[in-house]
Design a binder for this molecule. Structure first.
Ligand code: XMP
Length: 318
């Protein structure tokens, strides 16, 4: 690949040159872009990089633990892990409107990140995993997605943080970012993860979010994702996840009548995420996923499969 050959070497040199002896902070989310940016910058400046990982409590099952294992233990990066779950949950109390949830989560994220970054007062740079499509999107006059849903991970810095931006992936497309990541030694499955929205499970729990619902959703979602990997389907779909509905229905478990939540299994195939079709997953596979979720997750007694395309539906439910 003409563009990537020498890319890492060249970028590492540029980062060293630009940063000198200064400190850099980076918001690590566990997603592909911020992880590749972190490993690349770490390769250039080592311990001068300080990552901040905010656990919003709205992440996938064991996300924080996995990030610490991979990037903390394996890559030896400095990671400040902030457990802000309670803060997020309490801010979300009583809120069920999707846009209000997004705004609340986005605002709280900036507040937590800002507070944490003050621990590293001397830092001169803020690194971000901005990639080329983000640059284009934020330059365009508010596209439909910006109007319909306020994305919070392509934002800006809080005004008072006078940090210089460091964005080593700005020229790369997603597939190039993945190649760079693999070349840097990030495991294949991490570099090929599906996208995950900034507001996280907050917008996959329809209606009001609670700790109990987060737990239920994490378990159900984890089963679906495990099964996709096991059956070699994960990389055949573009984005897959479980949604928890605030709808209870009657079921039967042994001799007991149950009255529990409904989960939606959602999987989409798309090239640009602007249009998408639902994944035509095999019936036997869906049956397995449904059985496992209902049998293993307390709180869910019914599983449905979302067969809507985008448009007119969106990939997410909120
Ligand atoms: P929709 O639901 O609009 O999703 O079809 C298209 C893609 O965007 C992601 N998405 C978000 N990402 N913050 C994000 O960072 C958000 O608020 C948000 N809403 C949707 C969604 O996961 C899908 O990949």
């Amino acid at each position: 690949n003409w563009k990537l050959s020498g890319y890492i070497e060249r970028t590492v040199a540029e980062i060293k040159e630009k940063v000198g002896n200064e400190k850099v902070i980076l918001g690590l989310s566990g997603g592909v872009d911020s992880s590749v940016a972190a490993v690349l910058i770490h390769k250039a400046i080592g311990d001068q990089l300080q990552c901040i990982f905010v656990d919003t409590g709205l992440l996938r099952k064991d996300e924080g633990k996995k990030v610490m294992e991979q990037y903390g233990n394996h890559f030896h990066m400095n990671i400040d892990m902030v457990d802000a779950s309670e803060r997020f949950l309490s801010k979300l109390k009583g809120i069920s409107d999707p846009e209000e949830k997004r705004k609340t989560i986005g605002k709280e994220f900036v507040a937590v990140f800002d507070e944490e970054s003050h621990k590293f007062e001397g830092a001169k740079f803020l690194a971000q995993g901005t990639i080329y499509p983000d640059v284009i999107e934020s330059q365009s006059v508010k596209g439909p997605s910006a109007v319909i849903k306020s994305h919070h991970n392509v934002g800006g810095l809080p005004e008072e943080m006078k940090l210089q931006l460091l964005e080593p992936l700005r020229e790369l497309f997603k597939d190039e970012v993945r190649k760079v990541g693999e070349e840097l030694g990030i495991p294949h499955h991490l570099v090929y993860r599906h996208p995950f929205p900034g507001p996280g499970l907050g917008i996959r729990i329809l209606g009001e979010v609670s700790e109990e619902k987060v737990k239920i959703l994490q378990e159900g979602d984890d089963i679906f994702i495990q099964e996709l990997y096991k059956n070699n389907l994960y990389e055949k779909v573009s984005q897959a996840f479980v949604v928890l509905l605030p709808v209870k229905s009657v079921g039967v478990m042994g001799d007991e009548r149950t009255y529990e939540y409904t989960a939606v299994v959602r999987s989409a195939n798309t090239i640009d995420f602007m249009t998408a079709e639902f994944s035509k997953l095999p019936w036997e596979f869906l049956e397995k996923v449904s059985n496992r979720i209902i049998n293993e997750v307390r709180g869910i007694n019914r599983v449905t499969y979302d067969i809507s395309s985008k448009p007119p539906a969106t990939i997410e439910w909120e």
